[in-house]
Design a protein around this ligand. Sequence first.
Ligand SMILES: *Cc1c(COP(=O)(O)O)cnc(C)c1O
Length: 431
Amino acid sequence: MSFIKRSDSYLFNIIQRELNREITTLELIASENFTSPAVLEAAGGVMTNKYAEGYPGKRYYGGCEHVDEAENIARDRLKQLFNAGYANVQPHSGSQANMAALMTFINVGDTVMGLDLAHGGHLTHGSPVNFSGQLYNFVSYHVAESTGRVDFDETHALAIQHKPKLIICGGSAYPRFIEFEQFREVADEIGAFLMADVAHPSGLIAAGLHPSPMPFCDVITSTTHKTLRGPRGGIIMMADDHENPWGKVAPKSGRVKMISELIDSAVMPGIQGGPLMHIIAAKAVAFGEALKPEFKTYAQHIVDNAQSMANEFLIRDYQLVSGGTDTHVILINLTNKNITGKVAENALEMAGITVNKNMVPFDKKSPFITSGIRIGTPAVTTRNMGKDEMIKIVEFIDQIINDPENSSVIDKVKQDVFNLCQSFPLYNELH
Ligand SMILES: *Cc1c(COP(=O)(O)O)cnc(C)c1O
């Protein structure tokens, strides 16, 4: 940091203010986390300088021996972490992992099924404002209103009716375990591929606290920066490699290509150029951390903390979509509290508590207003907060939600949040 301070104090101060925000506020956005200083160091290191289009051993540039080693280690560790037979660590983001997976398994115009965005899905699962909804014919399945869980009666009926070539399971605001096995049954009945997008629970899967998609899914995508606690990025995996089922052959030899070769070329040159080698090195560091026993303990605390929070919300008469959580995510329907997601998000932010407004299933409000908020425990758990703190945090949130325009309540909670954060230091190494 001292380098930026000397050369560009303007930007240095902006970054310092962000560091200060992260240290002094409660981060409850379910998709965020705090990487280790070791991950930050790799992500900020010299590998950012290296062009390495291609894959280890087959690059279009010289001087790749060290980045090759880093990428090989990242792939090996990732395979070990998820018990995968194949891994690609180059996608720049979760969205790009999804784009490459879709490009491998289906053609433009094909029918695909994904969870409706307002029911917990993701933009890349068929939203009309995203490439997915624009290039493919997406049919959305939903959760059942009574359970808040995927409605397999509807999903099954839609699959029979529309015969999608591929079904995506997983989402961004689904508090329960993803039902890989049930999706596999539906996919098998119509001969569809099954893709799991485990961007959210991947850290819990790695720790053995969420069922694994490996035995059930043809292809698995994830981010690396959510519960997995690595740098911002994406990954693609398969349980094992095999010849591609469409009989695509290598141009000269006429050999049938392996499906891994098709995924690799969908990523590069299909949708990306040079890989972010500094981020791949940081992914390798994060996967190494996730292989340690301490990560399993961390992931267990994430889930325990989410349970403690969910219980405390229920005691205070909050409506939780699906009635609770199996994971790190809690989705609150605020309708009975007479406050919108937008107003709640803003008032909480003024008190130093960061959450995001979120549609709830069957929401009557627009995505800009929403009836809910989404809360997650990965980041506060990284700070070593536990059950007592979760109960305190729910008390803080409750005070704000019950009186969102009262500036003296907001000021008081903001001070309490600050004091709590002081007791759970973060990034001491950085100052
Ligand atoms: C976060 C997320 C992504 C996309 O990740 P980006 O890195 O933001 O592109 C994809 N799918 C799901 C389900 C997600 O939650």
